[in-house]
Write a protein that binds this ligand. Structure first.
Ligand code: PLP
Length: 454
């Protein structure tokens, strides 16, 4: 790392999220300089296909001038205003209308934040506030899943079901029960088929509810398809069963659509792909293509009415952010959603799903690939040391890190989640782009066995 380089300045100053910092100090960061369509270029001008759309989020690609113009125009007119104490402004109002129009009919209220974590924290507080208002203060517990990802703040990090986000932080810090991860390949029992696996997970859900008491459980939160946990599509019948059991026990269903929302699975929202109707949805990432930080909690009118009643009778909902409904972020979100609609990017994801998933399945024959999986335009291959026994590598993450480095050489950025290699390209990908992504992934995997053995 050259002493006067950007990389050296980065090493000297910055604590990177989710990074082995000693390793980072030795090798330095990959400094990305500019973007164009589905591609980004580093400071030396090397080209990469961004196979993860940044962090699963840049739907419209890395060079959309309409979003830059929307931000600039809004900054000139009203760069900032807040939404506290009954203040409002047009971009936030228009965006709220648009989101209500897009989401399922029972979802018709919006609360805005700047990140998915803040949105999920908001949901916890909203549900608690509502249950207090309804005179059932003990109904506070959340049900979540092992390997679910819902953020990293104290409450959202508690909902997350990954050890790395709990260990060393004394989490969970709120009452939450993590159910078995609905990933058949890893969590299915010896001799169990997928239908029996689903039945076992649903029986577990019923047992937990009866043991803990439905009157103590506020909500079930889940990603329609778990993404950050390793891209884990649910088994058939899972969500229908969860919905039936939650309804029977007066437990709210929260669909965390931060990654699945806005077309990733070929439908507007992930809950539509799997056929369930949530009471609350968390939206972020593709909502602005991450050009601006933004997230929204969407919820039913019944929840709104309980909160509104209480805000007059007992006290305001004491929650909100300086940037809640930020006008520039809202204007960018509106323009971004218009582009997604005009270019039919959701329809495009549905049309390209078969090609994308077949491309991944072709890697299932690779000697180090235990499982290839996904839905819509998101997928992963899971690397294992023994294909027949599904045995993971001794040191989890080593093969994944090696694959990432080879991927960079081949001009493909994907995400190594341990030894699971995740792809989630911008929604603007074409059929030819997918062919090229799979070719680069194929060359990466071809080189991998020798590199892992070395
Ligand atoms: N929920 C899901 C499903 C996510 O994937 C993420 C982030 O990846 C979050 C919540 C947290 O969002 P943020 O990183 O914006 O706080």
């Amino acid at each position: 790392v050259l002493s006067n380089s950007l990389a050296a300045a980065d090493i000297a100053t910055t604590l990177h999220p989710n990074t082995n910092l000693r390793q980072h100090e030795r090798t330095g960061p990959l400094v990305i300089d500019r973007g164009e369509g589905i591609r980004v270029y580093d400071e030396r001008g090397k080209e990469y296909i961004e196979g993860l759309a940044g962090l699963w989020s840049v739907a419209v690609g890395f060079s959309e001038p309409r979003l830059a113009e929307a931000a600039y125009k809004q900054m000139l007119k009203l760069p900032y205003y807040h939404t506290f104490s009954s203040k409002s402004h047009e971009p936030s109002i228009r965006l709220a209308e648009k989101l209500v129009e897009m989401t399922p009919p029972n979802i018709n209220r919006v609360f805005c934040t700047s990140s998915g974590s803040e949105a999920n924290d908001t949901i916890v507080k909203m549900v608690w506030y509502m249950n207090n208002a309804l005179g059932r203060p003990n109904k506070k517990k959340f049900l979540s899943r092992i390997k679910g990802y819902h953020g990293i703040t104290i409450a959202s990090g508690s909902l997350t079901g990954l050890p790395v986000n709990h260990r060393d932080f004394d989490l969970p810090a709120i009452p939450v029960h993590h159910l078995t991860c609905p990933h058949f390949y890893r969590f299915g029992a010896e001799g169990e088929d997928e239908a029996a696996f689903t039945a076992r997970l649903l029986a577990e859900l019923e047992t937990v509810i009866s043991t803990e008491g439905a009157d103590t459980i506020a909500a079930f939160i889940g990603e329609p398809l778990m993404a950050a946990g390793g891209v884990l599509p649910p088994p058939a019948g899972y969500w229908e069963g969860v919905e039936r059991i939650c309804r029977a026990n007066d437990i709210l269903i929260v669909s965390d659509e931060v990654i699945c929302g806005f077309g990733r699975l070929g439908k507007s929202f992930g809950c539509q792909k799997y056929g369930f109707t949530p009471d609350i949805m968390t939206l972020s990432k593709q909502i602005t293509s991450s050009y601006m930080p933004f997230a929204a909690v969407m919820f039913s009118d019944a929840i709104y009415q309980a909160i509104a009643d209480n805000s007059e009778k007992i006290g305001v909902f004491g929650h909100g952010f300086t940037a809640s409904g930020h006008p520039v972020a809202s204007a960018v979100a509106l323009e971004n959603l218009a582009i997604i609609e005009e270019r039919d990017l959701i329809g495009s994801a549905a049309r390209l799903e078969a090609q994308f998933q077949a491309g991944l399945q072709a890697f299932a024959h690779h000697p180090l690939v235990g499982e290839a999986r996904g839905a819509g335009l998101i997928g992963a291959v899971e690397l294992v040391s023994n294909k027949a026994t599904r045995k993971p590598f001794e040191k989890i993450g080593r093969a994944g890190a090696i694959a990432s480095a080879i991927g960079h050489e081949e001009g493909l950025i994907f995400r190594a989640i341990g030894d699971q290699l995740a792809l989630c390209p911008p929604l603007i990908v074409t059929s030819d782009d997918i062919t090229e992504i799979m070719a680069r992934m194929g060359r990466t995997l071809d080189r991998l066995p020798a590199a892992v053995a070395a």
